[in-house]
Design a protein around this ligand. Sequence first.
Ligand SMILES: Cc1cc2nc3c(=O)[nH]c(=O)nc-3n(C[C@H](O)[C@H](O)[C@H](O)COP(=O)(O)OP(=O)(O)OC[C@H]3O[C@@H](n4cnc5c(N)ncnc54)[C@H](O)[C@@H]3O)c2cc1C
Length: 527
Amino acid sequence: MSLPDRHNPYNFDEFLQWRKNANYYDDDPFFRQVLRRYTGKDFPVVDAEAKKIAPKVSYRWRDMADSAARPEERPYVLHYDGHHNRIDRIVRPVEVEIMEREIFSEALFARHSSKWIRPMKMFLIYQNGEACISCPITCTEGLVALLEQHADTPELRRILEHCRDGIDGEYAIGAQYLSEIQGGSDVPSNLLEAVPDGLHYRLYGTKFFCSATHADYAVVTAKPTGAEKVGLFVVPSWLPGNREREIRNGYTIDRIKWKMGTSELTTGELTFNGAVAYPVGPLERGLANVVSIVLTYSRITVGISAAAFMTRAVREAKQYSRMRSAFGLTIANFPMVTNQIEAMERTARRTTAGSFRLYRDFLETQGAEAGDDASRRRKFNTRELIMLQKITAAYDSTDVLRAAMSIFGGHGVMEDFSSLPRLYRDSAVNELWEGPRNVLLAQIHRDLQKASSWYPPANFVQEILKGSDKDTVARLAAELVEIVSHPSLFNPDATTREICARWDNLCGELTHAYQDAAAAEASDSIS
Ligand SMILES: Cc1cc2nc3c(=O)[nH]c(=O)nc-3n(C[C@H](O)[C@H](O)[C@H](O)COP(=O)(O)OP(=O)(O)OC[C@H]3O[C@@H](n4cnc5c(N)ncnc54)[C@H](O)[C@@H]3O)c2cc1C
């Protein structure tokens, strides 16, 4: 029975009190199981580090990320100072600058006692969404990995030191500028020109999607004069001594894009007019290096961040459903809601377990020579799984976020009720950058075709799904064999369209089977 009450006492205090104290690590037994399963002997040190960072990320940085997301806090570019000097200063809220300093001071890229500390911290930090932190972290990670292999000049070695170990306690931030106006997926069609100038190059032309525009250094793709192949360069945002004077290194930030997601991070349109650029690695290997090193890290990050977004969303939606009631029932008890939460939780868990299992495979195969057939296959498996995970986790994350928001009813879309709308918008960006779905689907198909002479597609399925249900493996293997035997996904005919639809679906199924096996493995580790 419900009688009128003009002093409606309803409030959300119970939920808010719970949320205020939710600790991303202590309150997540599943994540601890995943770490225990995949970090092996490193678990005690990773666990200790996780306990140390968890209060900062769960409370202090969480609040800073939320407050920086308010529309009036949006970053912008200040083109000129008061004396008509072109400065192109990226203006960000002070809490972002403080949070960035604190997070980068975690020395994420330094050589730690365990290689697992970094992905553990990333998973926790990414639960706060982009916040002008996630993209710069992974860009810096890619830049450091690139330079660890190719820093062969004093300039590049200093940049590596600045990003990895810090100089005078300050850690530099990286960015990556590949995409141009005529096509982001098609990097070989880049037009930015790199003109030789003594020991380095100078860049002329434009880039159209430049995130982390505030960064200290960017990995940039450009074509050396007269060359058809894309080379790879590292470009300082300011030449030594010019940062304090705000004199940028021969380029202008023409405009900051107005984006739906990752809004706390600027994405700029740039014109280069003689920027000094240091070549990295053999120039004719530029595309191979950017894909195999820089984009590999960014794609792994999409997997980990999708898992992190979903984990946070499910945790909050689940708790809300236990506190909210409708028609006299706690909403968690409506069978429809129970099913929805279970499905979301399953997706969040399998994505989390899958991303850490894949990180283990990545660590084990990274840098290793292809060597014998078995290690060549493992390397190939990891490469393909990173792309499979990128597209699947990004899609799942958007679906789970939308479903989690719906548990909050109308409050689900209120930007100041929870962080879920922001995570949802960030999730949509994860689908697009670092290789959109179709591009990666086409790439995986091509890779499997090329490898089929030494690695039959059926064996690929058997290897990546070792330990999975036999019937599932046989069904997916048969489907893969048929699809890979289709010569090209680019013929505009009815058969190719049907194959493309099956391929799209199969890639999701393969990834989910891999992730399910990981989730089962992680759950087993405590039984
Ligand atoms: C918020 C945001 C920030 C970004 N930041 C950066 C950044 O910092 N640095 C950077 O370099 N880039 C950045 N990007 C760019 C991003 O990587 C590109 O948007 C992406 O590579 C796609 O390029 P495009 O937008 O030109 O789309 P297009 O390449 O024009 O693609 C359009 C459509 O065609 C499809 N398509 C293309 N090729 C194929 C194919 N072979 N087979 C089938 N379908 C195909 C695509 O899947 C897509 O659906 C950012 C993008 C966003 C949204």
